[in-house]
Design a protein around this ligand. Structure first.
Ligand code: MD3
Ligand code: FE
Length: 218
């Protein structure tokens, strides 16, 4: 059922520690979820979702788009941030104000003030899509946190420690959940299990979106 902010006030959120420097803000984006999904569709109208190729020649199962000064791209040549969308050779769309604002508020709720992301990567998962354990280390600025926003169908999120072999813990990430990763957790290995066959959401159907806000350049 939809929560009704007009009658009951803002949806309550909880803040759970996930790791040193990492906070799970359950439901933090719920009140704005419909507007966030609209903003994603507007971005995708300019920078279409695409399945990128890894340097190893594999096609990623999650489709991606980006907005902001920089977008994350991968191809046969490697991983990098680019100021242009390789599909159009145009600059990426601006980060919509509603996304930028949410990212800054979430970072502050996690204890990271004045977060000004220059990249927002948008991942779209359909049934079976996953992301293997990896570190996010293509950014120059490792002092800034990464803010992640989950929308649509729920997924099992996995994260371990600073070594690939550290045992990974599993968490369910649901529509409206926000996670802030900074400090020691910024370089932790993480990934998501395949989107389940029965995973759905009333608004998005069998689709999950994840937004990650990053500060790439110092
Ligand atoms: C922990 N995305 O885009 S979000 C990614 O659900 C990515 O689409 C996943 O990993 C997704 O790179 C996971 C949670 C997340 C994002 C960034 C992190 C966890 C993180 C950076 C450092 C540590
Ligand atoms: Fe990641």
């Amino acid at each position: 059922m939809n929560h009704t902010p007009d009658l009951f006030g803002p949806t309550p959120t909880t803040r759970e520690p996930l790791a040193d420097g990492a906070w799970l803000l359950r439901g933090f984006a719920l009140d704005q979820a419909d507007q966030l999904l609209d903003a994603i569709q507007r971005v995708a109208g300019q920078a279409a979702f695409r399945h990128q190729i890894t340097p190893g020649g594999h096609t990623m199962s999650a489709a991606m788009s980006s907005c902001g000064a920089l977008g994350w791209v991968t191809d046969r040549h490697g991983y990098r941030y680019s100021d242009r969308d390789p599909l159009t050779d145009q600059p990426w769309p601006k980060i919509p104000d509603i996304l930028r604002q949410l990212a800054a508020e979430a970072a502050a709720a996690g204890g990271y003030e004045n977060f000004e992301p220059d990249a927002c990567l948008i991942n779209r998962y359909t049934t079976g899509a996953k992301m293997g354990l990896h570190q996010d280390k293509d950014e120059e600025d490792m002092d800034a946190p990464i803010v992640s926003v989950s929308l649509g169908a729920p997924i099992r999120f996995l994260f371990g420690g600073s070594a690939r072999t550290d045992k990974a813990a599993g968490w369910k990430l649901e529509h409206g959940d926000v996670v802030v990763w900074g400090g020691p957790s910024r370089l932790f290995f993480h990934g998501v299990a395949p989107l389940g066959k029965r995973a759905e959401h009333p608004v998005t159907g069998p689709v999950r979106y994840n937004l990650t806000f990053r500060k790439v350049r110092i």
